[in-house]
Design a protein around this ligand. Structure first.
Ligand code: ZN
Length: 84
């Protein structure tokens, strides 16, 4: 069995190390419809998630993410064509 895991973002860690949202680069956060989210709005969103017990954000393309532990639960990797 061969599993891969996505990178994820720890919300508390992110907010702790990025204290000033006005200095965050644009284009990091997006809404569900794909439009860019302002950093201040993103902070409100992350604090609301923490209040619900969510600790992490999934990486792009991850459909097996546990928001409570903030971790990708893993994906079976295709053996065919996989390099060893
Ligand atoms: Zn994943």
């Amino acid at each position: 069995m061969n599993q891969s895991h996505h990178m994820s973002i720890d919300i508390r860690g992110f907010l702790r190390t990025h204290k000033d949202p006005s200095k965050w680069p644009t284009g990091v956060f997006h809404r569900d419809d794909g439009t860019p989210m302002h950093s201040v709005e993103a902070v409100h969103h992350m604090r609301a998630l923490l209040a619900k017990g969510v600790t992490g954000l999934p990486g792009t393309g991850c459909d097996n993410f546990d928001p409570m532990t903030g971790q990708c639960l893993g994906h079976e990797r295709e053996e065919a064509g996989a390099r060893k």
